[in-house]
Design a protein around this ligand. Sequence first.
Ligand SMILES: Nc1ncnc2c1ncn2[C@@H]1O[C@H](COP(=O)(O)OP(=O)(O)O)[C@@H](O)[C@H]1O
Ligand SMILES: [Mg+2]
Length: 218
Amino acid sequence: MPKTVLKAKNIAHAFDYPLFSNINFEIKERESIAILGRSGSGKSTLLHIFSSFIPPNSGEVEIFDQKIYSLSNDKLEEIRRNKLGIVFQAHYLFKGMKAIENLEIATLLANETIDNSLLERLEIQELMQQKIGELSGGQQQRVSIARVLSKKPKLIFADEPTGNLDKETAKLVMDVLLEYIKRHNAGMILVTHDEEMANLCDKSYKLENQILEEKIVR
Ligand SMILES: Nc1ncnc2c1ncn2[C@@H]1O[C@H](COP(=O)(O)OP(=O)(O)O)[C@@H](O)[C@H]1O
Ligand SMILES: [Mg+2]
């Protein structure tokens, strides 16, 4: 039986106005789930709630059966470092450092080693000695995905990871992420407004009118 990697119960959140309520969600290992929705519907906020960065107004988030918002900062930091892979649109690479050095820092902190086949798959192995600032946006995005996957996370949160990539590169990045979760028994929650990317995932949900609903149509 595949294990549950994340479970959310009765999540509700509001900023200036209610964003969503009564959100129930579960993802198991080897599973990829897309969350679709219009701009402003609250997708990024929901992903931040799932990924330990924003405590919801009400409800529980469990990652590997641990209620993350009840954990001490140390415990939470340990889970973030060893289990979670965060791919957001703004990539947090050290601009003045070489690509390879950015990967080395991540693997060192997570006690892992760099997987060269991953670099080849992402077509960035030739760029490793270049400084991040010298790379194009699309190249930087692929380095940042390599950095996240090099940590060997068990749960990936991706917010529009292909948003500013050309179609071909976007497909490559999606394929690499999907291969990764199958190979490493991980889960992936992907936020996107691109139905084509969502259709590559095992399931799609839509965040609309404050409700998260599974889309059955294929
Ligand atoms: N930290 C915040 N403080 C106040 N309002 C916020 C904050 N983050 C997001 N919002 C508001 O919540 C709504 C949903 O934002 P967001 O979750 O980014 O939606 P999406 O990712 O679907 O475009 C927007 O109206 C946004 O302005
Ligand atoms: Mg967003």
